[in-house]
Design a protein around this ligand. Structure first.
Ligand code: NAP
Length: 292
């Protein structure tokens, strides 16, 4: 029988546990708050209050915690070596945090993969084209456990450097956070004009469907890689004027304008750096000025 230990039972860890259970795995659990394991235990999982004991129960250990600090605080209580254990951390963190944990686990005799899961708990274990997880670490190890990991989502292996999964994951989160914040900021602007968010929602949906076309036409990725920022259709000076109007509209409405102001400042700095006649993608040059 296949078996797995899951450490962490937030919404994600619970969805993972259920999925493995439904796929016939023997599932062992650890969570600081025991009550979160109660329903899963009723359904057939095993819970142990001791992190040392629960780690002994399976070779494959999946971790789903808020962050790497929590992971370290749990590892500090471990009273066993990790000989032969394979730890896959699906918690959010930085690439460097993943490398540091990996090093420590290898010193304890275990092996480590880092993973960034790209779906909400409701899509774990579902056959959905948007459901995938980034993995990085030793390729042979990944291949050995790929079938077990694919029970959760499609797998997308990014390379031997264990930090890579977190690099891809944080890059995706950045798109998520900035775009969601943009939508919510617009709803705040509208609310100040007595327009309900729900009434604007169709415009949001239609615009977000159109956004991939806009991004492709703007040729952003290729412009960044070639450093050729074509401002013939839209230049940054024009975009800066527009960005100022978003900030001023938020100010007029007496609502928080920190997000549009920071975008305006970035555009202004790039214009000051000499890119006023170039495309919006040229803000990359200001963002990346100290990058290498
Ligand atoms: N939820 C999502 O939509 C989603 C989507 C993609 C990726 N993720 C990632 O998946 C990971 C887990 O997500 P989640 O939604 O399940 O998050 P969460 O609710 O933040 O996870 C909480 C888990 O961390 C534990 N924890 C937090 N602080 C602790 C501490 N000081 N000591 C011991 N345990 C502690 C909690 O234990 P208690 O139960 O005892 O509090 C629980 O097991 C995160 O890294 C998140 O970025 C989540």
């Amino acid at each position: 029988m296949n078996e797995v230990t899951i450490i962490g039972l937030g919404p994600m860890g619970q969805a993972m546990a259920k999925t493995y259970l439904n796929n016939g795995y023997k599932v062992s659990l650890w969570n600081r708050t025991k009550s979160k394991a109660d329903n899963l235990v009723k359904e057939g999982c095993f819970y142990d209050r001791s992190i040392t004991e629960v780690i002994k129960r399976s070779q494959l250990i999946l971790v789903s915690l808020t962050n790497y600090d929590v992971f370290w605080s749990i590892l500090e209580n471990l009273k066993t070596d990790l000989n032969g254990k394979v730890i896959v951390n699906l918690s959010s963190g930085t690439p460097q945090e993943a490398r540091e944990v990996s090093q420590w686990i290898i010193q304890q005799g275990g092996s480590f993969l880092s993973a960034g899961i790209m779906v909400p708990p409701s899509l774990v274990g579902k056959d959905d084209p948007n459901s995938y997880t980034f993995y990085s670490g030793p390729k042979k190890l990944f291949e050995q456990y790929q079938a077990d990991l694919a029970v959760l989502t499609t797998t997308d292996y990014k390379g031997e450097d264990v930090g890579l999964a977190m690099l891809y994951y944080q890059a995706m989160l950045n798109i998520l956070y900035t775009s969601m914040t943009g939508v919510i900021q617009s709803y705040a602007l509208l609310k100040a004009g007595k327009i309900n968010a729900i009434d604007f929602e169709p415009y949001t949906h239609e615009f977000l469907k159109f956004l991939p076309t806009l991004i492709q036409q703007a040729n952003i990725a290729a412009e960044i890689d070639t450093k050729n920022y074509d401002g013939s259709q839209q230049n940054l000076k024009m975009m800066l004027a527009g960005a100022k109007h978003v900030t001023e509209t938020a100010k007029e409405a007496n609502i928080d304008f920190s997000v549009p102001k920071s975008i305006e400042a970035l555009f202004q700095n790039t214009v000051n750096d000499g890119f006023g006649g170039n495309s919006t993608a040229s803000i990359f040059e200001t963002l990346y000025a100290n990058g290498d």
